[in-house]
Write a protein that binds this ligand. Structure first.
Ligand code: NAD
Ligand code: LYC
Length: 659
């Protein structure tokens, strides 16, 4: 039932006018309540969902989440004014009409929506509660709630939705994507995180991003990247990782002719693993019917993968290569995808990235990385599931040892048959479940893995003429000493996505996204003024290094600059200490210790980079596929065998304890 205050505030909306701020892009709206001044919610203008969110904000009620009855028809006139051709009607889950809304005027960048009429919601809500509402997760309710809309969460959600599940994604921020999101400033569209996309080709079984999009009917235009990365390393070692494998190998072996045989043997071993992976249909390794089926169909490939599961790339490289400089190069190859050296990087993960970049190649989505999350979100809604923004989950509700729902910071509660957390394991178990004892499995995880440092990131807009015309899109810079590879601020990552898609910046400008590892401890305890000064100083040093090494005149060419610290990552990505993901404390047993998706709490699953196989967009996409398969089996949407389940989950738990 509703409290009087809730009813009161809802009723006030009958006469309240809301304003929507239209940012530059015209594609995204921020809804503001002009009387109260607070932001209500945000969404994409071209989707009925955005209006739906306004309604769910209007009624911060447990059960009154409305679906759109009659989709809007937006049109733009020559002055870019927006109007809606017919009134919007809404109904709740009991199929009752609850509101009629009509857009009216646009003044500068303020669009006004007037609530024309709202039904007597108190009756509607009461009825809805009695009807064993969808929020209760009962018959016809949500099959899954996903906390967070990173790529891991979105892939899990969309895969479940296409299997027929009803999913609710709750995102704390105002747009989807997490580290794979975007932001817009002064005509630039910046990728929040990396712009190097693996798994985004039209070939094989490992193009998991392409497949995740295709599952919900989306296909994105991509731009092939001719060079995955250009390494600028100590002793002036410069290596371009060309798209064509043979070109890359001949460049590398031309620098180290005495190690040609060893280099070939190492990369060939990577191909053996990649080919085994690429031959499998990828689903949950925690689901025995599928796993045994794959062993039956592809025994040699599965045994190959089982053999390499506990191994690391550095140890295998040392079987073939002796020259410390080549081994350091392989460390750098691994570091850019795992934030640790090759000795600590699981061989399966190294093989995946060292080969996919040549097999399917690295491909950049037109419009920026943020388009991937936007498309997945659209696909999710098209499948009849939902996403809410500014929905900050503060705790997971556990009833009789089973995860059954979530509490939000604004007092709302949602219930579902299963809960999937896309927050990191440190956030999930340390914050969302802080009232529960830390399960033994999680203690083990934290014994083997620590939080990787975060990043200092600099997003810049520069005059185009400062970059030579043949500049590669991605660079990795470690100037003088291999020992600095893993040190904070030691090595610099640089992406220039406008080399591939010039539409991301105003004409005559390029985007430089620079990042380097940095720990949150380095940024704590500073006054606001000292924090700002430090940001400028550290950023200035990094930019000077790039100016000296790559682009003379860089500083003078800067038109726009924004610096983010680990605190920024913590705030906007809701990741404990702003961490990039888990990294092994010492030498791990390959991937053996990495947990899958089920957790010690019945009904609670994790997805994202603190699950097998770890950090990386394609890696979290795989964790999403695995998670959706296991959850679908558990809610009865896929075949399952409870007896085999118990056996396999026990076996996997035991294997992890060996790590
Ligand atoms: N920095 C980079 O270079 C970069 C760039 C892009 C992607 N990536 C990869 O993406 C991986 C992370 O992807 P992911 O899917 O695991 O997660 P993610 O961190 O990208 O997304 C998690 C999402 O969950 C939301 N969230 C967290 N706690 C919440 C709460 N309590 N309530 C509501 N929402 C909450 C966050 O706002 C975020 O949108 C990283 O490992 C990284 O490898 C990295
Ligand atoms: C279960 C048991 C016990 C057994 C059985 C056996 C089997 C069958 C097995 C199987 C397995 C599998 C399937 C596996 C899989 C795996 C995978 C898929 C993996 C993947 C991975 C991936 C990764 C790791 C990725 C990563 C990436 C990244 C991180 C990226 C990043 C990037 C960046 C940062 C960029 C850079 C930049 C510059 C340079 C500028």
């Amino acid at each position: 039932m509703l409290s009087n205050t809730q009813l009161g505030s809802f009723t006030n909306f009958k006469t309240r006018k809301m304003s929507m701020r239209l940012p530059n892009s015209q594609s995204f709206l921020d809804f503001k309540d002009t009387q109260l001044g607070n932001s209500l919610n945000s969404g994409f203008l071209d989707e009925p969902r955005c209006i739906k969110q306004v309604i769910s904000c209007l009624a911060p009620l447990k059960t009154l989440t409305c679906t759109v009855l009659d989709g809007p028809r937006w049109s733009k006139d020559s002055k870019q004014s927006l109007s809606c051709s017919r009134p919007l009607k809404f109904k709740n889950y009991s199929n009752q009409e609850v509101g009629l809304f009509r857009t009216v005027e646009r003044n500068k960048n303020l669009l006004s929506v007037r609530v024309k009429s709202v039904m007597d919601v108190s009756k509607v809500v009461e009825k809805d509660e009695v009807a064993e509402g969808r929020n209760k997760g009962g018959q016809g309710g949500y099959d899954a709630i996903v906390i967070g809309s990173g790529i891991g969460g979105l892939v899990a959600a969309t895969q479940l939705a296409v299997k027929g599940a009803k999913v609710l994604v709750l995102e704390k921020y105002v747009i989807p994507g997490g580290s794979s999101g975007f932001y817009e400033r002064d005509g630039y569209t910046f990728d929040v995180g990396s712009s190097v996309m693996f798994g985004f080709s039209d070939k094989g079984n490992l193009n998991l991003i392409t497949q995740a999009l295709a599952a919900v009917g989306c296909k994105m235009e991509v731009i092939p990247d001719p060079t995955t990365v250009h390494f600028h390393l100590p002793n002036n070692l410069s290596v371009q990782v060309h798209r064509e494998y043979d070109d890359f190998i001949s460049e590398l072996t031309s620098k180290f002719p005495h190690e040609k045989e060893g280099i070939l043997k190492f990369y060939n071993e990577c191909w053996k693993i990649f080919n085994a992976l690429n031959s499998l249909e990828l689903k949950s390794l925690e689901e025995p019917l599928y796993l045994f089926g794959q062993f039956f169909k592809k025994p040699a490939e599965c045994l190959t993968l089982a053999y390499y599961l506990p191994q690391n790339a550095g140890a295998i490289a040392r079987n073939y290569i002796k020259d410390p400089e080549v081994l350091s190069f392989i460390d750098a190859e691994c570091f850019i995808v795992s934030t640790v050296n090759a000795l600590q990087t699981p061989m399966i993960n190294a093989s995946m990235v060292l080969c996919d970049r040549h097999f399917g190649g690295i491909n950049y989505p037109v419009g920026g990385v943020g388009e991937i999350a936007k498309s997945l979100t659209k696909g999710l809604v098209d499948q009849g599931s939902e996403i809410l923004y500014r929905a900050n989950v503060t705790s997971i509700i556990v009833d009789n040892g089973k995860a059954v729902g979530v509490n939000l910071s604004d007092g709302r509660e949602f219930f579902a048959k299963t809960i999937i957390s896309n927050a990191t394991r440190w956030d999930t178990f340390g914050k969302l479940l802080k009232k529960q004892d830390l399960p033994k499995e999680e203690e083990n995880f934290q014994k083997i893995y620590v939080k990787a440092p975060s990043f200092l990131s600099i997003h810049m807009g520069v005059k185009a003429e400062v970059l030579p015309p043949d500049t590669d899109c991605h660079h990795f810079v470690l100037e003088d000493d291999w020992k600095n590879l893993e040190e904070p601020y030691g090595s610099i990552f640089l992406s220039i996505p406008t080399m591939l898609d010039s539409s991301l910046a105003p004409k005559g400008r390029h985007i430089l996204h620079i990042f380097t590892t940095s720990s949150i401890e380095d940024w704590q305890g500073l006054s606001t003024k000292d924090y700002e000064i430090k940001k400028e100083l550290v950023a200035d040093k990094i930019i000077s290094r790039l100016e000296n090494k790559l682009f003379p005149g860089l500083k003078a060419s800067i038109e726009f600059k924004e610096v983010g610290t680990p605190k920024t990552h913590r705030r906007y990505l809701a990741r404990d200490s702003g961490t990039y993901g888990p990294m092994p404390r010492s030498i791990p047993k390959g991937l053996l210790g990495m947990p899958f998706n089920t957790t010690a709490i019945n009904g609670l699953y994790c997805v994202g980079d603190s699950c097998f196989p770890g950090q990386g967009v394609i890696a979290v996409a795989f964790s999403g596929v695995m998670c959706a398969h296991r959850v679908a089996a558990d809610v009865g949407l896929e075949k399952r065998s409870p007896v085999l389940d118990a056996g396999l989950l026990g076996l996997l738990g035991w294997l992890r304890s060996l790590a």
